[in-house]
Design a protein. Structure first.
Length: 298
């Protein structure tokens, strides 16, 4: 739900700009604000998960996500007569959803560690983490389908609010404990993790970790750029929103397939470093080719 709310407008950026009488740059900020907020609040979210507990973190994220999705709908309610102020309701709603994102995407690892035995943790983490690209996939396919014309944007906002409200109700009613009554493993009983600030200081002094963080950040940056701006890049060259959304969906599906196959490969061969280097080289080549093909000369 949260990732759907993030990329709601990216596949239909042109129609969103026309409907709210704003520029494409302002539409892009509805996606960028997620990343801007997640940087400082990511540290806060980590502290909340470690100090307050998983239950409070998940319920808080669900309420932020739902509240943001509802506030976004205020922008299209005719009886409020918001005029030029309607965009700011969209933006405030996106900000609240952005606050929920770090809590949501950081929770699977904590959930797997606390609630699952050792032999099930990788699977539990994988299933929960796969919901992120699934949300992106749904947004890329659903937004163009729901908005053939700008007048259908209120319908789109309502449809995306339904999963957020449902998830909030399930989290609030269904989650009762932050840890299971019986620890599923010895490691869940005796945690060896460092205190938050000490662990953060150790990471910042760890050179291999810094290198990995920069590489991973670059990959996330590329993925985010393509996901948020692909519609604007392709539509300028005459392609439809549906085609741009399909490309965004294929982008995600191929990534999931590649991650699955590569995971099987490195689990069997243990060639993590070699595989990582090859993947980054291929990403650099593909980005260069995309830039050349998309240039005005072509």
């Amino acid at each position: 739900s949260n990732l759907q709310l993030w990329l709601t407008f990216a596949p239909v950026a042109d129609k969103t700009a026309a409907y709210f009488h704003i520029s494409l740059e302002m539409v892009n900020w509805l996606s960028i604000v997620y990343l801007l907020i997640s940087i400082p609040f990511g540290l806060v979210a980590t502290w909340i998960l470690d100090s307050v507990g998983l239950r409070c973190a998940v319920i808080l994220s669900a309420w932020l996500n739902m509240t943001g999705s509802i506030i976004r709908m205020f922008s299209v309610l005719k009886f409020l007569s918001l005029g030029s102020q309607s965009y700011w309701y969209l933006f405030i709603g996106q900000c609240l959803c952005a606050l929920a994102q770090p809590l949501i995407i950081f929770s699977p690892t904590k959930l797997a560690a606390l609630w699952f035995p050792d032999h099930q943790r990788a699977t539990a983490n994988m299933i929960a983490s796969m919901s992120n690209p699934l949300g992106i996939l749904i947004a890329n396919v659903l937004s163009p389908a729901l908005v053939p014309e700008g007048k259908h944007i209120p319908l789109m906002l309502g449809v995306y609010a339904i999963p957020a409200v449902t998830a909030c109700a399930l989290a609030t009613v269904g989650i009762h404990e932050k840890v299971p009554p019986t620890p599923p493993s010895a490691s869940a009983t005796n945690s060896t993790s460092q205190p938050f600030f000490m662990g953060l200081k150790m990471l910042l002094r760890n050179k291999p970790y810094i290198i990995l963080a920069v590489c991973f950040g670059g990959g996330i940056g590329m993925f985010t750029c393509f996901s948020a701006l692909l519609e604007q890049i392709l539509c300028e060259k005459g392609y439809s929103n549906e085609f741009a959304g399909l490309n965004g969906a294929l982008f995600t599906v191929c990534g999931l397939l590649g991650a699955f196959l590569l995971g099987l490969y490195v689990d069997r061969t243990r060639k993590f470093i070699e595989s990582t280097k090859i993947c980054f080289c291929l990403s650099a080549v593909a980005s260069t080719m995309f830039a050349v093909v998309s240039s005005p000369l072509h």
